[in-house]
Write a protein that binds this ligand. Structure first.
Ligand code: 13P
Length: 260
């Protein structure tokens, strides 16, 4: 059975000191839930994506829990090394302990104007570098949803981002379907609409791509109030949580409701 993914994207929040305080609370809650040796039985994987500046500190803290808590970066650059001031490579995030990287988050696309082309290059770099699985974000804005154009839009985003892996065997991929209108707005998708989009993404990727383990997770105003309905859907393999992951108790509650 595929493990459910409960992922936290801290975005541009938390210093190392904040991270230490966060995990003091979060790991206490986790330790109270199960004996550490039986985490495998939970059929869930927790992923944390702190800012670059706290990757090493977070890795140090989660090291005893690496069988079910994994580290992700929030972004990565496509080139291996060189004169790219301010950028971070695949090798650099790997050296910090990352086994995942978020690629193509809508905040990268919309605020920092990152193109489909660059997003595709980053995906290619992750597979070429090896050892880091992309969490590829896709999702339409409200205008597109209102015109019922979400499937076409997401298909185009997937096609552009994954062009480089067409015809190539890849061991794993996580797609995060994050409709832009649902991010940080408190307006989450209806579970049935989410299921329809996730089914669509599955269907699209099952033809023409050769992805060993595909998981499609949902992001956009996930909270304790909607997690059970979302995670109950057959094609929603997990969630990517922004705002509600910043408080350890609230993220733990989401996790617990998702795995119960
Ligand atoms: P919110 O959970 O704050 O809506 O953010 C979702 C998100 O962008 C996760 O990557």
């Amino acid at each position: 059975m595929k493990k459910k993914i409960i992922a936290a994207n801290f975005k541009m929040n938390k210093t190392d000191e904040d991270i230490k305080k966060y995990f003091a609370v979060f790991l206490d809650l986790i330790n109270g839930l199960k004996n550490k040796t039986s985490y495998d039985g939970l059929d869930a994987e927790l992923i944390f994506a702190p800012p670059f500046t706290s990757l090493l500190e977070t890795h140090k803290i989660i090291e005893p829990y690496l069988d079910f808590i994994k580290l992700s970066s929030q972004n990565v650059y496509s080139e291996k090394s060189g004169a790219y001031t301010g950028e971070i490579s695949i090798d650099m995030i790997k050296a910090c302990g990352c086994v995942y990287t978020i690629i193509g988050h809508s905040e990268r696309r919309n605020i920092f104007k990152e193109s489909d082309e660059l997003t595709g290059k980053k995906v290619e770099a992750a597979y070429t570098g090896g050892g880091v699985t992309p969490i590829l974000c896709v999702g339409e804005n409200l205008d597109i949803r209102k015109q019922n154009g979400q499937e076409r839009f997401v298909e185009n985003q997937l096609s552009a981002a994954l062009n480089s892996i067409k015809g190539r065997n890849t061991s794993s991929l996580i797609v995060a379907y994050e409709p832009v209108w649902a991010i940080g707005t408190g307006m989450s998708i209806k579970a049935d609409d989410g299921e329809a989009m996730h089914g669509f993404i599955y269907d699209y990727l099952k033809t023409g791509f050769s992805i060993g383990e595909l998981r499609v997770i949902y992001g956009g105003s996930v909270t304790e109030a909607n997690i059970e309905e979302l995670i109950g859907k057959p094609h929603i393999d997990g969630v990517l949580v922004g705002g509600a992951s910043l408080d350890p108790q609230s993220f733990y509650n989401i996790f617990k409701l998702a795995v119960k």
